[in-house]
Design a protein around this ligand. Structure first.
Ligand code: TRP
Length: 457
């Protein structure tokens, strides 16, 4: 196997890594997927479980992935090849590359919708006050138009390819540095507006007051899936990003900061969506369209609301872009490291294949009856992909990564890599217990529960 190192690259600094990793983590997962999944699963209790999963499973798995990548300086497949002689583990890396593809092929569709919303905002669609019905009509016009949905998906993938072909540090760091803080500012302003809307407080209690009678087995599964999805875990993205981590930088601190930042953005998105939703009288379990329908109802009530709308959707599109970059990057880094392809060739070919795979999801929201109710399952194709790759596959990947680090490669070696810059990590004994016992057992319990109850979606 040819190991082409010249086309790899590394972050220019620790800040560069934090920006890039936060860029990967923060995206539609926080602002689109977290609120609608919380809404479908009854709010507070689900949010609490999600937060517990971030702390107990997310952070250890994040550190485990980064430690592997930093050690090997390779993509997920190459990493497992370098650390074991076994033929099995590289397949786990392969599953990660495949999962990256699977996620990108539905994520790019939703990311495409954000482009349409930038256009709508620029042309003044959200200038005045808008009812939930009007907003919902705008949304369904966009997503049910087959040509438009495919075009938007293709456009988004094209943007992703153009950044990835330029290489990690040049493309990603610069984009994130300026825009991430701007996104936070806009989110904070929107949160203030939303909680002060009439009836908004009911939304906050929906989000934060746990009602455990609303929690289902499927809900627990999706909370785990969401914790992994939001932190970009379970498929080797953080192995890949760890492989570009500077040798002298503090890995544990950076990892934990990224996890907290990502979770804070998701909660902030919840604080925006739920009060606005209760105020506008929209049902919380509206599914994948929730955020797209609810948000436009707030802009009209803000001074210069249309400018806000433009800035918000542009930043959301960019946050989605820094995430799609990391998804494509995992696949590209595999073909560059292990297959000897040039970065340019890998980016174009893989991006094009992904576009083909994304078309059914682009048609799944009304454009094609076949994909909108796939095989009569009652689920649209995008939702199926979202669950399959974005929950199940990541969960399987995460448990395998825990077993690998905890039992095969060894916690001591992982800690050696985590602390290789001389920055020591607090809570090493806890990390050891979590990664060897608690995480695999908890993930396995969730999986068994799902199989027994048969409630896959
Ligand atoms: N975490 C991103 C989000 O929340 C999505 C994402 C990017 C991702 N790379 C990933 C999810 C790798 C899982 C694995 O929007």
């Amino acid at each position: 196997m040819a190991l082409a190192t010249s086309d790899r690259g590394s972050w220019s600094s620790r800040t560069g890594f934090i920006l890039a990793a936060a860029g990967s983590a923060v995206g539609l997962g926080n602002i689109w997927r977290f609120p609608y999944t919380a809404g479908e699963n009854g709010g507070g209790a689900w949010v609490l479980i999600y937060l517990v999963f971030v702390l107990l499973i997310g952070i250890p798995v994040l550190l485990a992935e980064l430690s592997i990548g930093r050690k090997t300086k390779l993509n997920p497949v190459g990493s497992f090849e370098a650390l074991t002689k076994s033929k099995f583990w590289p397949w786990v890396g392969g599953l990660g590359v495949l999962t990256g593809f699977g996620i990108l092929a539905f994520y790019a569709v939703v990311a495409g919708w954000t482009l349409a919303y930038v256009y709508e905002a620029v042309t003044g669609a959200f200038a005045g006050s808008i009812s939930a019905e009007q907003s919902s009509a705008i949304f369904s016009n966009i997503i049910s138009n087959p040509g438009l949905a495919i075009l938007l998906t293709g456009l988004f993938l094209l943007l992703t390819i153009l950044v990835v072909r330029g290489g990690v540090s040049k493309g990603i760091e610069k984009t994130t540095k300026v825009l991430m803080p701007l996104l936070v500012i806009i989110l904070v302003i929107l949160a203030f507006r939303s909680v002060t809307l009439p009836g908004g407080m009911a939304g906050l209690s929906y989000l934060f007051a746990p009602d455990f009678s609303k929690l289902t087995g499927t809900g627990i599964m999706t909370a785990l899936g969401q914790a992994l999805f939001s932190l970009s875990l379970g498929m080797g993205a953080m192995i890949t990003y760890g492989s570009y981590f500077p040798d002298d930088a503090n890995l544990p601190a950076s990892g934990v900061q990224v996890a907290f930042f990502d979770t804070a953005i998701a909660v902030l998105a919840g604080i925006i969506i739920f009060p606005a939703l209760f105020s506008a009288g929209v049902a919380p379990d509206g599914g994948a369209g929730l955020v797209f329908v609810v948000l436009p109802t707030i802009f009209g009530s803000l001074p210069a609301g249309n400018l806000f709308a433009i800035a918000f959707y542009a930043l959301l599109a960019i946050a989605a872009l820094t995430s799609t970059i990391s998804l494509l990057e995992v696949c590209v880094s595999y073909f560059v490291d292990n297959r000897g392809w040039s970065r340019e060739k890998a980016a174009w070919i893989l991006g094009a294949v992904c576009f083909g795979l994304a078309i059914p999801s682009a048609l799944a929201n009304g454009a094609s009856p076949f994909f909108s109710d796939f095989l009569g399952s009652g689920f649209d194709f995008l939702t199926i992909q979202n669950n399959l790759w974005g929950n199940f596959s990541l969960t399987i990947g995460a448990i395998l990564i825990c077993v690998f680090v905890g039992w095969i490669w060894g916690v001591d070696k992982a800690l050696g890599s985590i602390e290789s810059s001389g920055h020591s990590m607090a809570g090493k004994a806890l990390f050891r217990i979590l990664i060897r016992f608690v995480c695999p057992a908890a993930i396995l319990a969730v999986l068994i529960f799902i199989v027994i109850t048969g409630n896959f979606f």
